[in-house]
Design a binder for this molecule. Structure first.
Ligand code: NDP
Ligand code: GDR
Length: 327
């Protein structure tokens, strides 16, 4: 039975990847940082089948101990300070976790067993102010936030350990991927949750920032499949993963509100508070290399994704309302 370590197990992707690896017969060890209150909402349903260990990307010793104790075959580094706006408020912390944290894991692997296969969660935010459209593995980077800058470091240190120490270290350059488990502050989930709350009379308006930015949005469940496939190749490499379609935040609003028979124009208010110091205007992936080498392709369309998220938030709020009534 192969063993996989997943950092960021409590996050959106961690939970989907754990489900996938369990279905493939892996022993799954998740790394979670210590908090005064446990935040295992996304993995509660998996706790009987996975091992969760305390560890932190700030702490080299905890990562070394992890590799020594669990002797993984594969390590997926999904942990990061991943919210772009926070990276302007906490740029040094973002650099320490999202950039240097990658080096700490690579060092732990190198010292304990350099044969361990390593996946780094790189990001389309590295393309930032894009120098080419669509973006491929060869498009130069131009990050626009401390988060994007940190991810560029994480990407290159992964490539560097591959080239310096002959390690099986891959960088998956994933475009935005969403799901009902997406963190509530990211724009897609903020909209699906907002539309549901407004529909159910729990809120009157939804305040958003730039409605014109365009993203290549896919379903997280599809994207964790690509992560696993990258580690099953004969050679370590970099792969772009995305749908090849781009849509604006406004289009997301139109479909989300339309799905519950509302017009977003009646409820969405633009609030400059949510504008960013430097914006990424347009991202669109050319994932043809992943298609050729991994046989990967997305299975959920943009409209299906939006409706899936709104349906899930409607159900969640309806349940909460019912529970309150019976309390
Ligand atoms: P989330 O923000 O949902 O999850 C991030 C995870 O990292 C959480 O489990 C968080 O723990 C953990 N974490 C944060 N800081 C530390 C730390 N110091 N030590 C250990 N763990 C830590 O992100 P996603 O699941 O959406 O994304 C997974 C990875 O993929 C991230 O690296 C992200 O940057 C990257 N990525 C995401 C994309 C997307 O569209 N979702 C696209 C491209 C890349 P806690 O729960 O305690 O906060
Ligand atoms: P992003 O995701 O920055 O692309 O990073 P996010 O959903 O935060 O923003 C997408 C776009 O929507 C615009 N926007 C708003 N964003 C938020 N969060 N809140 C708002 O109210 C709002 N209004 C408009 C933003 O300006 C932006 O243009 C995500 C993260 O998961 C990263 O970790 C990951 O690497 C990239 O996707 C790929």
């Amino acid at each position: 039975m192969p063993t996989a370590i997943i950092t960021g197990i409590t996050g959106q992707d961690g939970s989907y990847l754990a489900e996938l690896l369990l279905s493939k017969g892996y022993k799954v060890v998740g790394v979670a940082r210590r908090a005064s209150t446990q935040n295992y909402e996304r993995i509660n349903h998996l706790l009987d089948n996975i091992t969760v260990i305390q560890g932190d990307l700030h702490d080299q010793g905890s990562l070394l101990a992890l590799m020594e104790e669990h002797k993984p075959d594969e390590v997926y580094n999904l942990a990061a300070q991943s919210f772009v706006p926070t990276s302007w408020n906490q740029p040094a912390l973002t650099g320490d976790v999202t950039a240097i944290g990658v080096t700490r894991i690579l060092e732990a692997i190198r010292y304990v067993n350099p044969k361990i296969r390593f996946y780094q969660a790189s990001s389309s935010e590295m393309f930032g102010k894009v120098l080419e459209t669509p973006q491929t593995e060869r498009t130069p980077f131009y990050p626009r936030s401390p988060y994007g800058v940190a991810k560029v470091y994480g990407h290159y240190i992964t490539v560097n350990y591959r080239e310096s120490f002959n390690m099986f270290a891959v960088s998956g350059i994933l475009f935005n991927h969403e799901s009902p488990r997406r963190g509530i502050e990211f724009v897609t989930r903020k909209i699906s949750d907002g539309a549901a709350r407004i529909k159910l009379g729990l809120a009157a308006e939804l305040r958003l920032g730039n409605l014109d930015s365009q993203r290549d949005w896919g379903f997280a469940g599809d994207y964790v499949q690509a992560m696993w496939q990258m580690l099953q190749q004969d050679q370590p490499d970099n792969f772009v993963i995305g749908t090849g379609e781009t849509h604006s935040v406004q289009e997301f609003c139109e479909i989300a509100f339309g799905h519950v028979n509302l017009d977003y124009k009646d409820h969405v208010k633009v609030d400059e508070k949510f504008y960013r110091p430097a914006e990424v205007d347009l991202l669109i992936a050319d994932a043809s290399k992943a298609g050729r080498f991994l046989g990967w392709e997305p299975t959920v369309s943009f409209a299906q994704l939006v409706r899936m998220m709104v349906d899930s938030d409607m159900k969640r709020h309806e349940k909460l309302i019912l529970a309150e009534k019976h309390a």
